[in-house]
Design a binder for this molecule. Sequence first.
Ligand code: HBI
Ligand code: FE
Length: 292
Amino acid sequence: MNTTVEHADFFKTLTEKSEHGSLRGNYEGADERYVVRQNWAQYTPAQHALWRQLYRRQASLLPGRACDAFIESLARLDASDGIPDFTRTTDALYKATGWELVAVPGLIPDLTFFEHLAARRFPVTVWLREPEEFDYIAEPDVFHDFFGHVPLLLNPVFADYLQEYGRGGMKALKLDALKYIARLYWYTVEFGLIQTHQGLRAYGAGMLSSGGEIEYCLTSPKPRRVMLDAERTMRTLYKIDSYQETYFVIRDFEHLFSTTEPDFAPLYEVLKTEEALPADTLLPDEKNLPPN
Ligand code: HBI
Ligand code: FE
């Protein structure tokens, strides 16, 4: 199976699944914002051990592949010993950038997700994958959400970007433009690359929490690597069940912030008249950046 699926459709399917009780999380105790108690004491020694294994493997892949801001911030989170207690992380995070972590059962509705981000609250899934899922898991778990997403919340510019993204998401829903803003999220927060003096580095949680794509995205000659541009990125379809066919590259986190800051309402009007671009598109005037 290797199909291009719209992110919005993907999440719609998941919402339907949750209504039929087949999303993995336990949504019963969730409040109206889908927040639950992490219940840290309930994690078993085996789950903490699996976390340490996941952490050790993934941390060993970061040098030369993840951007420095990610590596430095991950170390500051002090999360190598076991599944972290979110309240402890929040203490450090709140002091650094005013962000908090909230525990959620798993995927949550788009509007709720955006509202959390706009209020500088990052939703982190509470459950951990099973040992058989060490290398791949379809739904985000605590390892993906925490290891992949939380470190960069310590970076002030990225922290502001993600809040701005949440505000943009709320506006996009009103303008019937979810699929466009979801593509931007996918190609930045999940699968973004950044230029450095040492070459390309990963900053997206999707590849930073993946054993294979973290190397593929930087060195494989197969995928395209093009500079991030709001219109181009929001026009581009993406793969949810294979490595990406295109990565969008930022110069620095200011580039990311300034791309997201403008009011996208006029751009959505243009995008609605345009055909979406397949995930493997390279436009005639576009430079395909070389792999490392
Ligand atoms: N819920 N827990 C969780 N994590 C996400 O990344 C997420 C979500 N709900 C909706 C959603 N993402 C999308 O709206 C964005 O990825 C665009
Ligand atoms: Fe994610």
